[in-house]
Design a protein around this ligand. Structure first.
Ligand SMILES: Cc1ncc(COP(=O)(O)O)c(C=O)c1O
Length: 372
């Protein structure tokens, strides 16, 4: 394959092309308004996002990471508290728990779904546990029935990390609507991505929403009357205006991702060396991540790159093995997550991806994986 037919892991150009006039209009409207911080665009986007999620409140903030930090602070989680979460996630999930002074307790994941294993969560709960923090990884909803049941029985709160799962559903309930607070990221590559950083908290609890709003502006509900230590973590007006253009397209984009995922499934089924993600109608395929057990994954990725197929490894190291946790979590063992980190590879996917590109990815993958 020559460089002209290089297949990126994500292509945002089709959505930019489709929305170019509307995006320009939204940007120009916002520039002209001269209102750039917490103005009408953020307010309107918060209402539209809350409606989409079926929640009473949505609170924009600066990033998905900040959404997690603010959610944990709003729930009063801090030093001495433990939060059970997955080790197979982006560092920000665990980092947010540490940032508020609490301790992340890593429970291993299920091999097939790569999400938190409820049985292991139950075993990880101690007298200090205050909350469970499930991550709907790659856009796949976690086993929320079981996790919510554990939370109810053990008196725990649930904060959902929906950074990768905007629009995903578990039994018709949107991810982010099942725990006390749902936390979203608008990092540009996400299913609903901004043109910069952005995040959102969703809750139906009036008091929690009010606290989240205060925490994102230096702990104040009334200007210059600061009640607590907070953050400067606001969703930008320009990003909100862009997200308002994109949100009405999200359902169609997620349907496009499902179509691409089904295409991969058809093309790859029956090839024993490639383990496919099990189907789930609520999955929104932020990533289409396969496993290649028995194969040198890093070498495979390098060979695919030589063939012009870009892939990603989410994630090469589980959180408890990262240097940042070397001093505190060296004793932790999560063998499933550790194995997944050596076996996973995420294939190119975006809503408008065409069949020929997919077929080329699959041809290269089967040829290179076949070489061991
Ligand atoms: C699972 C998960 N949690 C949290 C985050 C943090 O989001 P952000 O990059 O917007 O801070 C990300 C995003 O990259 C993520 O993938």
């Amino acid at each position: 394959m020559d460089t002209q037919t290089r297949i990126p892991v994500l292509d945002l150009n089709p959505q930019l092309d489709a929305l170019w006039p509307e995006l320009n209009q939204a940007i120009q409207r916002t520039l002209r308004s001269t209102h750039y911080i917490l103005g009408p665009e953020v307010r309107a986007f918060e209402q539209e996002a809350a409606r989409y999620l079926g929640m009473k409140h949505a609170v924009g903030c600066n990033s998905g990471t900040d959404a997690l930090v603010i959610a944990l602070r709003a729930l009063g989680i801090g030093p001495g508290d433990e939060v059970v979460t997955t080790p197979f996630t982006f560092f920000a999930t665990a980092e947010a728990i540490s940032q508020v002074g609490a301790t992340p307790v890593f429970a291993d994941v299920e091999e097939a779904t790569m999400n938190l294993d409820p049985a292991r969560v139950e075993r990880a709960v101690t007298l200090r546990t205050r909350a469970i923090l499930p991550v709907h990884l790659f856009g796949r909803p976690c086993a929320m029935d079981d996790l919510l049941d554990i939370a109810r029985r053990r008196g725990l709160m649930v904060v959902e990390d929906c950074a990768q799962s905007f629009g995903a559903r578990h039994r018709d309930r949107p991810t982010g609507s099942m725990g006390q607070i749902g936390c979203f990221s608008f990092f540009p590559s996400k299913n609903l991505g901004a043109c910069g950083d952005g995040g959102l908290l969703a809750t139906s609890d009036d008091q929690l929403a009010s606290l989240c709003r205060a925490l994102r502006v230096h702990g104040s509900r009334k200007k210059y009357h600061n009640e607590m230590m907070g953050y400067n973590s606001r969703l930008d007006e320009l990003q909100a205006a862009i997200l308002r253009v994109k949100l009405p397209r999200l359902e169609a984009w997620n349907a496009g991702r499902r179509r691409v995922a089904e295409g991969y499934r058809r093309l790859l089924e029956g090839h024993g060396r490639i383990v496919l993600p099990p189907p789930d109608p609520g999955h929104v395929y932020h990533q289409f991540t396969v496993r290649v057990p028995g194969c040198d994954r890093d070498q495979l990725q390098a060979r695919l790159a030589q063939e012009g197929v870009e892939t990603m490894v989410y994630y090469p190291v589980p959180c408890h093995r990262l240097l940042a946790y070397a001093h505190s979590h060296a004793h932790v063992a999560c063998p499933v997550a550790e194995r997944l980190c050596a076996e996973v590879i995420s294939l190119p996917i975006w809503p408008e991806m065409e069949h020929e590109a997919q077929a080329a990815v699959v041809r290269a993958l089967l040829a290179q994986a076949g070489r061991g």
